[in-house]
Design a binder for this molecule. Sequence first.
Ligand SMILES: NC(=O)c1ccc[n+]([C@@H]2O[C@H](COP(=O)([O-])OP(=O)(O)OC[C@H]3O[C@@H](n4cnc5c(N)ncnc54)[C@H](O)[C@@H]3O)[C@@H](O)[C@H]2O)c1
Ligand SMILES: [Zn+2]
Length: 250
Amino acid sequence: MVLTEVTGELIHIFDSARNVAVLTGAGVSAESGVPTFRGGGDATMWSWRGRPVTELSSAEMLATDPTLVWEWFDYRRGLLKELSPNPGHYALAEWEGRFENFALITQNIDDLHRAAGSMNLLELHGNIWRARCLRCSSTFEARESPLEQNPPLCLVCGGPSRPDVVLFGESLPEGVFERAEEAASRADLFFVIGTSAVVYPAASLPIAAKQGGARIIEVNPERTDISILADVTVLGRAGEILPQFVTQRG
Ligand SMILES: NC(=O)c1ccc[n+]([C@@H]2O[C@H](COP(=O)([O-])OP(=O)(O)OC[C@H]3O[C@@H](n4cnc5c(N)ncnc54)[C@H](O)[C@@H]3O)[C@@H](O)[C@H]2O)c1
Ligand SMILES: [Zn+2]
């Protein structure tokens, strides 16, 4: 079923849910001004300094030119630090306390869910404001922007660090995906918000939710590969649609 607004029936499903899990992608941050990779219109970023972003954000590039990788992330951090959460992020933060179990699973590294007040976050792809030591694997907050040092040095051992972000060609951080999968399988309501759902294994979470018996609600201005699986696709922007679940009471 395809809708363009949140109906009374959807609100009823929302209100009666007990175990809710949400998967977000770049689209939830689009209205904050964060460029998405694929689709979403106005702010798609493909390349920087003439190189495709997939090459800049890759394990291979980290191995050959870690300074360039940090420069690229430094550039993105510079864009992100000016941005704020939008009503979609705030709505999700507010949902956290409404259900017996609530899991917010994000593919975003931008920290905007946390900035909006979400506390139980499963960050599948890491966080752009964290660094990880290449020598001792400690992770630490590295918020200075622009960077004072490239690479930032480990607070524990002084070794060089890398962004604590999953790069193309790398696997997800241990444990996080398993927890996300568990939340998806246990959900009776699963939201897929602002993701083109083509990046695995994150894209397998809605399938796990469906197999576990969840209803799937998708929120995206465009139909995606997940739309076939979704019980309902609400065509619209996250910042406009998500607040309707709580405020539009008929
Ligand atoms: N904000 C970030 O941290 C960020 C930004 C870009 C890419 N990434 C990374 O790139 C990969 C991209 O996958 P992805 O699926 O998250 O993003 P994507 O760029 O592939 O897809 C974005 C999706 O959001 C939808 N969209 C656009 N505007 C929207 C809005 N206002 N409301 C709701 N949906 C909207 C688009 O139609 C599209 O389906 C992920 O691995 C992610 O880690 C992260
Ligand atoms: Zn270290």
